[in-house]
Design a binder for this molecule. Structure first.
Ligand code: 1CP
Length: 348
């Protein structure tokens, strides 16, 4: 059955409309922790799986079947567009994105040419069309925020303190700004093509923005993210903005123009609402590590998160960051059931 947007609790919540139940989905719900993922995925690069629309469609749907979540998220990666234009970035199993030749000078900007989604990532669009044609669930499209993607291109891979990225910000601000601007343009065309092909919401992942002070974020990063949210506003779909360690950045992240702001587990939901303003719409925030505990402790943690939302509309239940690979899927199944059964709007 094709998707009917009117019936979606997830989309209604993204507009702060009251719903019968609090919608749930999990970042990184596809992959890693699911045995059915490991069974179909094989050993190759994740890029090979992303480039195979039948496989990517199946992997996107696996958590929907298993957990009964209220939204699907496209199986792809934040570095897929940069990989597709031939920048020279791979996703190494057990590591993450690794760039062969990190950006060190303005010469490297040539390797960041504009993205043409139809020509460069046709498989992503085919996966989206497969998903929306046959399945009655909203699909979240996504892109990496310029800062988080740039951190991989500048560092050459995952990094703890983003030293090269911050040095470039300060020592070569023009180059840094040009990189972010090109990545913003790539995110805009990518998200636009995802929505044109059927995605019904978009999330911009700025996972590592929390390593920045509010001042640095505002000066060097906010303009590029703002450009994305402004450009995709006319598409008319909800726009979600996410990062971790972003307690001090929440108001700025909302100022970037998002409809929904992700909250990590370090900030209680009621505090997040104070920082974001009275009509805010939030997504979060169970600590993913707590999902490794025995069920009674997990249930208790979920109930505390429910209590912190205090019955406010405009809340999508999620983890504060992605599902950890060692998570028992049975626990996440019970989390979904518990939120659907016990989280209600309009007072606890
Ligand atoms: O549910 C899903 O899994 C959806 C698909 C998805 C998404 C939304 C993947 C597949 N990656 C992402 C986003 C993504 N990729 C982010 C933002 C979300 C987050 O912070 O978790 C980031 C930072 C990446 C980069 C990345 N790709 C990492 C992190 C590395 C680091 O710096 O710590 C890793 C490990 C990957 C590989 C990857 N991407 C996706 C999966 C399932 C995997 C695991 C490897 C595999 O199965 O081969």
């Amino acid at each position: 059955m094709p998707f009917d947007p009117q019936s979606s609790a997830f989309l209604a919540t993204c507009r702060r409309e009251p719903t019968e139940r609090v919608p749930v989905w999990f970042m990184r719900q596809a992959g890693r922790s699911l045995p059915e993922y490991r069974a179909v995925r094989g050993d190759g690069s994740i890029n090979t799986a992303i480039a195979n629309p039948d496989l990517a469609t199946e992997i996107t749907l696996q958590p929907v079947r298993r957990y009964g979540v209220d939204a699907a998220i496209l199986f792809s990666d934040i570095v897929t567009p940069v990989h597709a234009i031939g920048f020279g970035i791979d996703i190494k199993p057990g590591v993450g994105p690794v760039a062969e030749k990190p950006i060190t000078s303005a010469d490297d900007l040539r390797r960041l040419r504009p993205l043409d989604p139809e020509a460069d990532t046709p498989y992503v669009l085919e996966t989206i069309r497969n998903l929306v044609a046959e399945h009655d669930i909203p699909l979240i499209g996504f892109a990496g925020a310029p800062f988080t993607v740039a951190s991989y291109l500048i560092e050459g891979g995952p990094s703890k303190n983003k030293a090269r990225t911050k040095s470039m910000m300060l020592d070569a601000p023009e180059l840094f700004t040009s990189i972010l601007d090109r990545l913003a343009d790539m995110a805009i065309v990518s998200l636009t093509s995802q929505v044109a092909n059927g995605a019904s919401a978009v999330q911009v992942f700025d996972s590592w923005a929390g390593c920045l002070s509010p001042d640095m974020y505002e000066r060097y990063v906010l303009p590029a993210s703002q450009k994305i949210f402004e450009a995709v506003a006319p598409l008319g779909v909800p726009r979600i903005h996410f990062g971790i360690n972003t307690g001090e950045l929440l108001a700025l992240m909302r100022a970037a123009g998002a409809d929904v702001v992700g909250v990590d587990w370090l900030v209680p939901l009621d505090v997040a609402r104070q920082r974001l303003g009275p009509d805010s719409i939030i997504q979060g925030n169970l600590d993913p590590v707590l999902c490794l505990a025995q069920w009674p402790a997990v249930a208790d943690a979920v109930r505390r998160v429910i209590a912190q939302n205090a019955g406010e509309p405009g809340w999508i239940f999620n983890l504060g960051h992605g599902v950890l690979p060692e998570t028992d899927p049975a626990i996440l199944e019970r989390v979904v059931e518990l939120v659907h059964a016990e989280a209600h709007l309009g007072g606890q």
